[in-house]
Design a protein around this ligand. Structure first.
Ligand SMILES: [Zn+2]
Length: 443
């Protein structure tokens, strides 16, 4: 029953080959199917004057309107529970999940056996790429309550060949006992949960994280792991390889990005399943998916049956790191997540991403905590920004002001900006749930 663990006929293809030999025929078939049966898309396109037969022609695909999450939420509230987006009959649905709702009301997700298989395949590719395989024992600590990160990722870990301990969230003390006793080789959770576990282990068990013998941490679900200092800190504390292992979006495809041992960004794992376009989020113009390009991913499922999405705006900004073959044998493209597209600011006609600022702030890690806020005091067009950074505890005042001056200088050299840098005391930039808004608009 176990499908082959490595499929070079799909995974080793270049992005250009993927588009031509896999995506072009699948897209044509999916467009015909979706525009034939989806009430959501038939209405959406008819309302803006499309002839549906015309809309289904592949050459018109790039002119079709985008789909955005608020439309899906509205559709589900008008036509509960799954909305007119549901393109199959209920007996064909075999599982229901829900999005986390972190960016608005949760969306109910219906999946057919074929949809589940697509999620499993992409997820297993991602975990194998991350280093998971037979012999690994993974304790999986994501939420199993309706969220795809729990059950779906669990099954993808199994498909990748691992033995999986379905732990879920909460009961952290018991988790530490299980790890001590069972000695799993890997843990799958959010990076910030590792900090809580380390504190608990030291307080309750008087033990050091390294003593638990974990070898690998499979992380996702929040940014941070791609900041070298953060990754190093996790690896030093726990003695693990900290791997960025499960980037995805539950309303499209649970996992479609993970890094390999070369750590050259996230490999795209959705070949033959998910079509990716890149757009400039401010002009909405299509960008070439080529090394160095920065844009918002727009996603189209090539195979989804239950809730097929066309040109769905992810609002995640990515930078394309490469389209050449990686030393690990994978083709496709590699990317890095730069943040949310609504965080992008245009200053003097140039796109500024908060991640570009983050990279500069962490250069001063001995002085500043790494948290920061870009402050805009007047409506666009913006010509300058304010920048708030947060002091580490115990850093003397002269070191703070010296570092603030050097940070402003770095930003002038690298980004052409002359920010007004202000330093807040320790804890000055904590947001709700530690989710700091990196862009503050004071107008
Ligand atoms: Zn690779």
């Amino acid at each position: 029953m176990q499908p082959s663990l490595w499929r070079p006929e799909v995974e080793a293809l270049s992005w250009a080959e993927t588009l031509e030999s896999l995506h072009a025929p699948l897209l044509a078939r999916q467009l015909e199917r979706v525009l034939g049966i989806s009430r959501f898309y038939r209405d959406k396109l008819s309302q803006v004057g499309w002839d549906l037969a015309e809309a289904a022609r592949p050459e018109n695909f790039f002119h079709l309107p985008f789909t955005d999450k608020p439309e899906i939420i509205q559709d589900q509230s008008q036509c509960p529970p799954f909305g007119r987006l549901l393109a199959v009959e209920m007996p064909q649905v075999s599982r229901v999940h829900r999005t986390s709702g972190s960016s608005g009301r949760p969306v109910l997700l219906a999946l057919t056996p074929s949809d589940l298989e697509a999620n499993l395949e992409s997820g297993a590719r991602a975990f194998r790429c991350a280093g998971v395989g037979p012999g690994e024992v993974v304790v999986h600590c994501l939420n199993y309550s309706m969220w795809m990160g729990g059950l779906s990722d669990h099954l993808a870990l199994e498909r990748a060949g691992a033995a999986v301990v379905p732990f879920g969230v909460g009961n952290s003390k018991q988790l530490l006992e299980v790890i001590s006793f069972l000695r799993p080789t890997a843990i799958s959770c959010t990076p910030s949960y590792m900090d809580r576990l380390a504190t608990l282990l030291r307080q309750e068990f008087q033990r050091e994280p390294r003593e638990l013998g974990l070898k690998m941490g499979l992380f996702g679900g929040e940014p941070g792991i791609q900041i070298p200092e953060r990754r190093q800190q996790l690896e030093d504390t726990w003695g693990i390889q900290a791997v960025d292992a499960n980037y995805g979006m539950s309303d499209v495809l649970s996992i479609f990005g993970s890094e390999c041992a070369c750590r050259q960004g996230l490999h795209f794992h959705g070949a033959g399943i998910l079509h990716v376009e890149l757009i400039d989020p401010s002009s909405q113009r299509t960008l070439e998916l080529a090394p160095g390009a920065v844009g918002e991913m727009v996603l189209t499922s090539l195979v989804s049956q239950a809730q097929p999405l066309l040109r769905y705006r992810s609002h995640d900004l990515v930078k394309i790191l490469g389209t050449d073959a990686c030393a690990c044998g994978r083709g496709g493209f590699r990317f890095r997540v730069m943040g949310r597209s609504d965080e992008m600011i245009v200053i003097k006609g140039i796109n500024l991403y908060p991640d570009a600022v983050a990279e500069m702030v962490v250069e001063f890690a001995d002085t500043f905590s790494g948290l920061f806020q870009i402050v805009l005091t007047s409506p666009p067009p913006h010509s300058e920004i304010g920048l708030r950074v947060e002091a580490r505890p115990g850093v003397p005042q002269d070191q703070l002001s010296g570092a603030a001056g050097r940070l402003a200088q770095r930003m002038r050299q690298k980004l052409g900006l002359r920010p007004e840098v202000s330093v807040l005391g320790p804890g000055g930039i904590a947001g709700e749930d530690n989710k700091t808004r990196r862009v503050v608009r004071q107008y």
